[in-house]
Design a protein around this ligand. Structure first.
Ligand code: THF
Length: 272
């Protein structure tokens, strides 16, 4: 349903327990929640506030480049990672590094994204099409441990001869900032699913979001009230303007979101 995100937010507001957290801000929190977005019913970009899709696209391209420094984002006007970066912009071996070059004990590196593409093409029935950012040995070196930590792809076979399979993705997010982060996280993985489907000649299926500690920060409560008083619009549509040569060759201008009807933006401080 188009109000899944808002229903989730309302549920945590009404039933969350008061809980302290690393940042010292304080939260209302629920442990464990799942949402399922059928990507054929529209692109799941939250409509009850304006969501800054440019930052979402740039962040995803930055992950796919295997970056660990915020400079590339800053040069493009995206500041969402600045709070956690060291003076030289470094974040340590965060998402991009683990996705593209998970270090092996013998000094090599594994490109988990390349392996996903290869497996989707050669063995779509596989139950091992997984990317993990949760590199236990590297966690102490990261500026922030991965929130969206582990994701799996699944191909439902074509239902008619000559038809296409349908690509679904499920994400496990250990920690979920419902007001600020979750709209970004949902749209980011929905986008990645569309890109991989295009690269592997598949249709899109579902994006399933699974959350661990799902929380509303105490300093977002007023913003949440504003948002929950609004009625969601139908989701927009994603268009990818060309088919790049590989999953690593997408550019910001390749993406267009059509008919994004939304309520006004709502500002909120991010807990660091
Ligand atoms: N830490 C916390 N507390 N919340 C998070 O959502 C979060 N992340 C990433 C890492 N640590 C986190 C960083 N991602 C915004 C959005 C995503 C972020 C960080 C900040 C943010 O401030 N969004 C504003 C402005 C958007 C913009 O400037 O482009 C917004 O209104 O949406 C979640 O993975």
């Amino acid at each position: 349903a188009r109000s899944q995100y808002e229903d989730f937010m309302r549920h945590v507001r009404d039933h969350g327990v008061a809980k302290g957290d690393r940042t010292g801000t304080g939260t209302r929190s629920v442990f464990g929640h799942q949402m399922r977005f059928d990507l054929n019913e529209g692109f799941p970009l939250v409509t009850t506030k304006k969501v800054h899709l440019k930052s979402i696209i740039l962040e995803l391209l930055w992950f796919l480049r295997g970056e660990r420094n915020v400079r590339w984002l800053q040069e493009r006007g995206c500041t969402i990672w600045d709070e956690w970066a060291a003076d030289d912009g470094d974040l340590g071996p965060v998402y991009g590094v683990q996705w593209r070059s998970w270090p092996t004990t013998d000094g090599g590196a594994i490109d988990q994204i390349a392996e996903v593409v290869q497996t989707l093409r050669s063995n779509p029935d596989s139950r091992r099409i997984i990317v993990s950012a949760w590199n236990v040995a590297d966690l102490p070196k990261m500026a922030l441990m991965p929130c969206h930590a582990f994701f799996q792809f699944y191909v439902a076979p074509a239902t008619e001869p000559g038809g296409r399979g349908r690509l679904s993705c499920q994400l496990y997010q250990r920690s979920a900032d419902i007001f600020l982060g979750v709209p970004f996280n949902i749209a980011s993985y929905a986008l990645l699913t569309h890109m991989l489907a295009q690269q592997c000649d598949l249709d899109v299926g579902d994006f399933i979001w699974t959350g661990g500690d799902c929380h509303i920060y105490d300093n977002h409560v007023e913003q949440v009230e504003t948002q929950l008083a609004r009625t969601p619009y139908p989701y927009p549509t994603l268009q990818i303007r060309r088919r790049p040569a590989s999953i690593l060759d997408y550019a910001y201008d390749d993406f267009e979101v059509l008919d994004y009807q939304h309520h006004p933006a709502i500002k909120a401080p991010v807990a660091v």
